[in-house]
Design a protein around this ligand. Sequence first.
Ligand code: 5GP
Length: 206
Amino acid sequence: MSNKGSLIVISAPSGSGKTSLANRALEELPKLKFSVSHTTRKPRLGERDQVEYFFVSEKEFEEMIEQDTFLEHARVYGNYYGTSRAFVDEQLSVGYDVLLDLDVQGAAQVKKSYPEAILVFVFPPSLEVLKTRLKNRSLDDPSIINKRLRIAKKEIQCYTNYQYLIINRKIEKSLVELKSIIQVSGCRLEKRKELAAEIINTFPGD
Ligand code: 5GP
């Protein structure tokens, strides 16, 4: 148990800056691995298969559900998204921390099956900032942006199911917070028990 990595879930409404934050943490923490999800969403401009996502058809995704491939999966904005159980378990067992970028439904499922997972929610500083970021990003057309804004309010209210809340005003400060959460997760007593026993055993006496 002590040398198993931590499972970290990060969620946020789109436009909160979550992806940039996650990417910076991944660059700066060599022990942290990102779990690339499967999705039936079409790739956006510049997205590469197996890098941002494994892009699969609905039929392939449904077969993977049947085969119990996913440790969690959900429909988000009309598309399927899912996390590979094998990848996560393997990385955790060799001692890596694993970062999952999930919607609120996925996070709730992970909390049930991995109660020791650390759940982090990222807020945008305000609705105005969220709107501007979504429009400037222009990855999606305006009807999708409006749909995302309507869903954002519902998603944001789920933050109480999480253990940590980062208000993403300045990425540098948010990064310090996220990295601290991840690093300190390895100091939890249940992660340190074997190491503690090894040290105690070197002490003289019964
Ligand atoms: P996007 O299509 O913008 O990349 O992601 C849309 C939403 O799907 C985001 O909220 C993201 O966190 C979520 N998401 C990405 N991968 C997964 C996954 O494997 N499972 C779940 N439940 N949500 C995911």
